[in-house]
Design a protein around this ligand. Structure first.
Ligand SMILES: O=C(O)CCC(=O)C(=O)O
Ligand SMILES: [Fe+2]
Length: 448
């Protein structure tokens, strides 16, 4: 990591130069605020003999570095990842990507289209013709720094590289979002009609960045992202644990928030996979110090649904804190979640109060007012979870093959054999369940 220090110092010294233009000055102030503390994220690495020494304990580290075996073993034990993870695995297609070829591919495939590019000096986004983008890149070395900056970052790209995906995306628990999107899309084979599926386009994306690019602090809208570095490197700034005061300020100031002494540097290099775990709101600001190509995707974890919903709701309520529009497909996704994890519970005091969230959310697919629709959908889904959280003594009626979350949000399943007790094996899903009461758990969900 230390070998990136000169590049980081160079970025900092450039950000320290005064500029008369207020928008460039402001962008530089933000860059300084993130870089100036020059503090590496503290790291817990496992296994140490492969990945090197940890600089902090498992509990205290800002970031975990895991090899594939370690990641798989945590995953199999149902661990809920609660901080960013850099996953180190080998890839068969390592080194097969090239930025010049990538840009040629873009121009070949989308000759008459436009591309959204961020200007690293101001942070503003411009739209330009792909051919102009391609010819500007061809003479990148000869461009003035202002011209080079104007094409420094393209982050609204589909998955053109189609690189091998990290192995963890093959684990069943991380396929939840794909499954929900497919259910919302509802088409198995070829289709002659085109349905608007915006969340589908978040499932996979590319990032093409050049020196000087800077994405301001934000939380990703779907609260669960992985990124694999194909070429170059990225300087991913995360934060040390943020107290409520910081969250309140970030919620107000969004992309303009200054992290004070909280920023931490994580550099990831070719074939590293950075995972911002589903359900964890990771505030990040991203610098690019050299030409770099990344491919990534959004994903959810079926072990952590309540936190994902919490995170989504927070993003919807604090949209200055994200850099993406909230998808209008979200209400459909919420309906899919509810159909999948249909919740019923009955309070012990008022046993008449059966609540079915499915019935209350049918009207959510509101394409004209996507945000309001999405918010209602998330809120209703979450409301059920929260209602049951507030009533720890709630008596829960458990339908066949119930899925439960306990206090740690771990996915658990009931079966007739255990008479309402919980097992943590998905093998029990198909076992029948005779209606029993369970006082130990907070809410129940049923696969429809
Ligand atoms: O590469 C960048 O500048 C930002 C990327 C990012 O924030 C993301 O993929 O979540
Ligand atoms: Fe992001």
């Amino acid at each position: 990591m230390a070998r990136h220090l000169p590049a980081i110092r160079r970025l900092l010294s450039e950000a320290e130069i005064f500029h008369h233009d207020p928008s460039i000055r402001h962008q530089r102030e933000l860059k300084r605020a993130w870089l100036k503390p020059l503090r590496w994220a503290s790291i817990y690495a496992e296994p140490a003999d492969v990945l090197g020494r940890s600089s902090a304990s498992r509990e205290d580290a800002d970031v975990w570095y895991l090899d594939w075996d370690a990641f798989r073993s945590y995953s199999a034990k149902g661990h809920i990842f609660d901080r960013p993870v850099v996953l180190k695995q080998t890839f068969r297609d390592t080194g097969m990507y090239d930025i010049r070829e990538y840009v040629e591919m873009l121009a070949e495939r989308f000759p008459d289209r436009t591309i959204d590019v961020q200007d690293g000096r101001t942070g503003w986004c411009n739209t330009m013709n792909i051919r102009d983008y391609q010819s500007s890149l061809a003479k990148l070395d000869r461009l003035s720094s202002a011209e080079a900056a104007s094409i420094s970052n393209a982050i609204n790209l589909g998955p053109i590289a189609r690189a091998d995906e990290p192995l963890f995306t093959r684990l069943r628990r991380f396929r939840l979002l794909h499954m929900l999107v497919d259910r919302a899309f509802g088409q198995l084979g070829k289709t002659l009609e085109r349905a608007p599926v915006d969340i589908m386009s978040c499932l996979a994306f590319d990032l093409l960045g050049f020196r000087g690019a800077f994405s301001r602090p934000h939380v990703d809208a779907l609260v669960g992202t992985w990124v694999r570095c194909l070429v170059g490197s990225k300087i991913w700034m995360v934060t040390a644990k943020m107290p409520t005061r910081d969250w309140d300020r970030f919620a107000k100031e969004g992309a303009d928030w200054l992290p004070e002494d909280k920023s931490r540097i994580v550099v990831f290099e070719q074939d590293d996979v950075l995972l911002m775990p589903p359900g964890l709101r990771v505030v990040h600001a991203v610098f690019t110090a050299e030409p770099s190509l990344m491919e990534g995707g959004m994903m959810w974890d079926d072990h952590n649904v309540p936190e994902i919903l919490d995170g989504l709701l927070w993003v919807i309520q604090n949209q200055v804190c994200t850099n993406e529009a909230v998808g209008f497909q979200l209400p459909d996704i919420m309906q899919s979640i509810e159909a999948l994890f249909c919740c019923e519970f009955r309070s012990s005091e008022r046993s008449v109060a059966d609540v079915s969230i499915v019935a209350t959310t049918q009207a959510n697919a509101n394409v004209d007012a996507p945000t309001a629709g999405a918010q209602r959908g998330v809120q209703t889904t979450l409301g059920c979870l929260q209602a049951s959280r507030k009533k720890p003594a709630a008596v829960i009626r458990l339908p066949v093959g119930s899925l439960l979350w306990n206090q740690t949000s771990k996915l658990l399943i009931t079966s007739s054999k255990t008479h309402g007790q919980c097992l943590n094996s998905t093998a029990c899903l198909t076992q029948s369940f005779s209606t029993k009461q369970s006082r130990a758990h907070k809410s129940s969900f049923r696969r429809s």
